[in-house]
Design a protein around this ligand. Structure first.
Ligand code: R5P
Length: 289
C-alpha cells in the first residue's frame, strides 16, 4: 500500500501515514514557469495499491488538475489500483440543474476523475449523498459525525441539548449526530437570496428554548448559513450555541464573522487545511486522519 499527496493538504496525508505506520510516498508535484502542473512519482508503484490524498482545497481548480495529473502518472506507472482520497469534494453544491442553462459541475468533476483513471474514490461527508451516484467506480463516503460527536461528548453536557440542521435536506446528518448525543433534533429552514451566497433562516421546526444548541453542517463556506441559523435559535430562546461542521472551507471573511458572532465554539475536521490566519480563537479541529 502506498500513499502519496498532492499539494492540497500534505499534513493530512502525513497524519494518515503516521496512523498507518508507513512512510509517505515520494513524489513531486509542482508548476513550471508556464503555469503547467507537473507530477513525478519518485518510487516504483508497479501493481501496488496506490492512494492519492488530495482534498479539493483552495485554489480549487489547481488542486483538481493536480489530482487528475497524479492519477494519470500513477496509471502510466502501472499501479495495481488507484484510489483518489478526496476528503473534501468541491463543486458539490453544483449537483443539479436548478436554473435554466447551468452546469452540473459535481458530475463533470466525477467524470474527469474517472477518465483520468481512478479505480475507486474515498471521500468524507459529501454535501449530498446522491453525488455518490455521479461516479461509476466504487465510492466510499465516510462520515465525520462519529469524530464530531465524540468531541462534544467529551464535554459531558448531558441534558437539554438539541441538534440543529441548517436545512430540511440536512435533517439526516443532524439525526445521525443526535443519535450519538442522545438528543432531539430541530430544523431551521434556510432561504438563499440573490447570488445564493446570502442566507436567511426562516422557519424553525422543533423546540430549542433553554437548550444548548449544536448546529451541524457539512461545511462552513461564507459562514452565512450558520450565522443566520444561530440568530434564529437565539430568537427562539436557545442558550449556548455550538457549531460542528465537517469541512472548514472558511471563504472570505467567514472567520471574522464567526469570531464576532454569539457562537460559542466552531468545531471542524482537518478534511481541509486551515491556514493560521483563518484559525479563529473559537475554532477547534478534530482529525479524521
Ligand atoms: C449548503 O447548502 C451546505 O449544507 C452548507 O450549509 C453551506 O455550504 C454553507 O455555506 P455558507 O457558509 O456559505 O452559508
Amino acid at each position: 500500500l502506498k500513499v502519496f499527496s498532492g499539494n492540497a493538504h500534505r499534513k493530512l496525508a502525513k497524519d494518515i501515514c503516521a496512523y498507518l505506520d508507513i512512510p509517505l510516498g515520494k513524489c513531486e508535484v509542482f508548476k513550471f514557469s508556464n503555469d503547467n502542473t507537473f507530477v513525478r512519482i519518485l518510487e516504483n508503484i508497479r501493481q501496488q495499491d496506490v492512494f492519492l490524498v488530495q482534498p479539493i482545497a483552495f485554489p480549487v481548480n489547481d488542486h483538481i488538475m493536480e489530482l487528475l495529473i497524479m492519477i494519470d502518472a500513477a496509471k502510466r506507472a502501472s499501479a495495481g489500483r488507484i484510489t483518489a482520497v478526496i476528503p473534501y469534494y468541491a463543486y458539490a453544491r453544483s449537483d443539479k440543474k436548478d436554473q435554466p442553462r447551468v452546469p452540473i459541475t459535481a458530475r463533470l468533476v466525477a467524470n474527469l476523475i474517472e477518465t483520468a483513471g481512478a479505480d475507486r474514490v474515498l471521500t468524507l461527508e459529501l454535501h449530498a449523498g446522491q453525488i455518490q451516484g455521479f461516479f461509476n467506480v466504487p465510492l466510499d463516503e465516510l462520515s465525520a459525525i462519529p469524530n464530531l460527536a465524540n468531541h462534544f461528548n467529551a464535554r459531558n453536557v448531558k441534558s437539554n441539548i438539541v441538534v440543529v440542521a441548517t436545512d430540511a435536506g440536512d435533517a439526516k446528518r443532524a439525526r445521525n449526530m443526535a443519535n450519538r448525543l442522545d438528543a432531539p433534533i430541530a430544523i431551521v429552514e434556510k432561504v438563499r437570496i440573490g447570488n445564493q451566497e446570502r442566507v436567511e433562516a426562516a422557519t424553525l421546526i422543533g423546540d430549542v428554548r433553554d437548550r444548548t444548541a449544536i448546529i451541524v453542517d457539512d461545511e462552513i463556506g461564507t459562514g452565512g448559513t450558520v450565522i443566520a441559523t444561530a440568530d434564529t435559535l437565539r430568537n427562539h430562546g436557545a442558550r449556548d450555541i455550538y457549531c460542528y461542521a465537517a469541512h472548514p472551507v472558511l471563504a472570505g471573511k467567514a472567520t471574522e464573522i464567526l469570531e464576532k458572532s454569539t457562537i460559542k465554539e466552531l468545531v471542524v475536521t482537518d478534511s481541509l487545511p486551515v491556514p493560521p490566519a483563518k484559525m479563529g480563537t473559537k475554532t477547534s479541529v478534530v482529525s479524521v486522519a
